[in-house]
Unconditional design. Structure first.
Length: 686
């Protein structure tokens, strides 16, 4: 008997794409696929910013795409909210029921429906294109998407005129680099390679961070300031620049606004005063000021860790003033970079179609206060009670502050919740319907960046797994079931990619090589030209003054200043674990095995006072809740400060909570952002 012939395996293919995750590097990818499976994901060596290198997280993308726990069919809740019990349901039935439920709520008041999303993908298409069109057409409440970068972004707008800065590649030519509020090795790998190149060529690297991170260990100097005191340090640097006349008077006169007022404020911040506030040695502050004032070109890589406190916006403003004082912007290897996202000419109106709202003006709800807002009753000030929630590209039960309240809100039996997801996250456990979404390997998308200035195109490398659908297609189908006949709901994903930049980017180039650089000047502010109302770097912001705010940057103490509550004597920050990206990748066994388990880094001094040994299970607590994890007695923590490394899924923690049980829903001074690193706690052996 002859044996039936087997079909030969197809040849491996390589497909160009883009990393979708919330990272400044926005890497260009090359995925090797064969017979419908992703075999390998690598950095595209032809993309200068990526240079063929990927982080450990994204290099494991095949494990994510083909994970045995991928959601591959729609599910309907079959147990109590939070139980994680579901039953399979067809797409047609699921979308029909969702449309009926949303339609009934919208008939009463569409503002009772709230979208909740953030940067699970940074893609312009799978993020806020078809989804935004759907919610605009519906008239749902708007979401103020503040949870990561709002304070720092607003600070740049008020000071430099936009989310703009130096080109990242020129850090390699700097002679002094201040890495401020960033663990670049973990969160900005390609910048770190440039910093290392500069270091080999003789540059001095200084890290400013409460935690002695992996990056701080490899810099020439580390300033371990107290959380929330960055503005005090920046003002003291200004003080020394003024006193020693390490200033570029010509640049200040021609290209800045508000110098005399800033000068007066800075002279009130001696190194001695700042040292007491920051918990630093006076000599460190003086040395840093001298280095910054006398080294050219000097560059600052500012990151978002330092703006997650009450005065985060003011701190970012103060730091953003420094390059103009010394004329660092004159050099392409001088200045500052927090974000260059403002360089990208994204046509958001075309993608998101706010015109679909018509004359309606729905309320806006801050995603950082979702715990309180889900528990609010209807009122004239708040509007209707939130009756329905659609979550996509986010995991709020794990990542939003004061998660005890977030959980209580999601557990409401009268809250109708739909979650679009790839895995059964903490948030997914509370869904009424759980809809399977595609990964980056399975859909079209187009990406801007904030750490470099290239547009990237993502092609689907494989077909959607199981019954998974792109976010866009889910919202298209739901729009049809809601009776929305607008032509914009027929736009394909590739059509959306083409319209994202309104003809400002060469789409043929994107198709051919996967990326296209923007025409950005090498030294964008060498001759001023800031996109502020005055055209200058605005030390004083009239726009803030009109709002009743201080037009000058200043140090604002934390909402919960260290030493003000004897019950909670330790300041806690919650930087990301090196192998996770917010709550993404936590469910990948290979990465979780590297991280081990949820940890609290604590200094030997603070541990000894509490009788805590390294490896002991501890309870970390304050008035908002408690969190159990392992203690690691570590030189990474300075006395008085502990580090709750995040963001673990709650269900993977020792007692079913994570570090956000302790964080508060208070907001930053600018941008209405969260204050994750403005948090007092106590620690005891469990």
């Amino acid at each position: 008997m002859s044996r039936p012939s087997l079909s030969p395996a197809s040849a491996p293919l390589q497909v160009r794409g883009a990393c979708p995750h919330d990272c400044p590097d926005t890497c260009a990818l090359v995925s090797t696929v064969q017979d419908g499976r992703v075999l390998r994901v690598q950095g595209n060596p032809e993309h200068p910013a990526t240079d063929g290198v990927l982080c450990a997280k994204v290099s494991r993308y095949p494990e994510r795409v083909h994970h045995p726990q991928r959601l591959l069919q729609p599910l309907r809740r079959s147990g109590p909210k939070g139980s994680g019990r579901f039953e399979p349901v067809g797409w047609d039935e699921a979308l029909g029921d969702i449309a009926a439920r949303l339609g009934a709520i919208a008939a009463r008041d569409p503002q009772a429906i709230l979208p909740y999303s953030y940067a699970g993908t940074m893609g312009l298409v799978q993020g806020e294109s078809m989804a935004a069109r759907f919610f605009h057409r519906l008239g749902a409440s708007r979401l103020d998407r503040t949870i990561c970068a709002a304070a720092g972004g607003e600070a740049l707008v008020q000071t430099l005129g936009g989310k703009l800065g130096m080109k990242v590649e020129f850090f390699a030519q700097a002679r002094l680099i201040l890495i401020w509020g960033s663990n670049s090795i973990a969160s900005n790998l390609h910048f770190w390679r440039l910093a290392q190149q500069a270091k080999r060529d003789g540059a001095r690297l200084v890290c400013i961070d409460p935690r002695r991170s992996e990056t701080a260990e490899k810099c020439h100097e580390h300033l371990a300031l107290r959380p929330g005191t960055d503005a005090a340090l920046a003002l003291a640097l200004m003080h020394e620049l003024i006193v020693h006349d390490w200033l570029d008077h010509d640049y200040i006169a021609r290209h800045t606004l508000g110098w005399e007022a800033l000068r007066e404020r800075a002279l009130g911040w001696s190194p001695e005063r700042a040292a007491e506030v920051c918990g630093l040695d006076v000599a460190q502050i003086r040395r840093l000021a001298r280095d910054y004032g006398t080294t050219s070109p000097a560059a600052i890589r500012l990151n978002y860790g330092m703006q997650r406190v009450r005065g985060g916006g003011n701190a970012a403003r103060a730091i953003a003033c420094l390059p103009a004082l010394v004329g660092a912007w004159r050099h392409r290897a001088g200045g500052l970079l927090l974000s260059n996202s403002g360089r990208f000419p994204v046509d958001r109106a075309a993608l998101q179609r706010p015109d679909l709202l018509g004359a309606r003006a729905p309320r806006t709800i801050n995603m950082s206060t979702i715990g309180d807002d889900l528990l609010r009753d209807a009122s004239p000030d708040f509007g209707p009670r939130i009756e329905a929630l659609m979550v996509y590209n986010s995991n709020p039960v794990a990542v939003a502050p004061e998660s005890g309240k977030v959980v209580a809100g999601f557990a409401r039996e009268d809250l109708f919740t739909v979650v679009l997801e790839q895995f059964q996250t903490d948030t997914a456990d509370y869904a009424d319907y759980l809809l399977p979404a595609t990964t980056q390997m399975e859909h079209w998308d187009i990406h801007s960046a904030y750490g470099h200035t290239d547009v990237l195109l993502n092609r689907p490398a494989i077909a959607p797994q199981g019954q998974a659908l792109p976010n866009t297609e889910i919202f298209r189908r739901l729009a049809r079931r809601m009776g929305f006949t607008d032509a914009c709901f027929d736009d394909s994903d590739e059509a959306l990619c083409r319209m994202a930049f309104g003809g400002e980017v060469d789409y043929a180039q994107l198709l051919a090589q996967g990326f296209a650089p923007l025409p950005v000047p090498d030294a964008p502010f060498a001759e001023g030209g800031f996109p502020t109302p005055s055209g200058r770097c605005e030390f004083f912001s009239e726009r803030l003054a009109v709002q009743g705010l201080d037009g000058l940057p200043d140090h604002l103490p934390n909402h919960e200043p260290a030493g003000t509550d004897a019950r909670y004597p330790l300041a806690m920050i919650s930087p990301p674990a090196r192998n996770f990206l917010n709550s993404s990748f936590v469910n990948l066994r290979s990465l979780r095995d590297i991280e081990g388990e949820p940890l609290l880094e604590i200094s030997a001094e603070d541990a000894a006072q509490r009788g805590i040994a390294s490896g002991a299970l501890v309870r970390v607590f304050n008035d908002r809740g408690s969190y159990h994890c392992r203690a690691e007695v570590s030189t990474r923590a300075r006395p008085g400060v502990v580090h709750g490394l995040g963001i673990w899924w709650r269900k993977l923690g020792p007692r079913g909570t994570n570090v956000n049980e302790l964080t508060s829903q208070k907001l930053t001074d600018l941008g209405r952002g969260p204050v994750f690193y403005d948090c007092l706690v106590e620690v005891q052996a469990s």
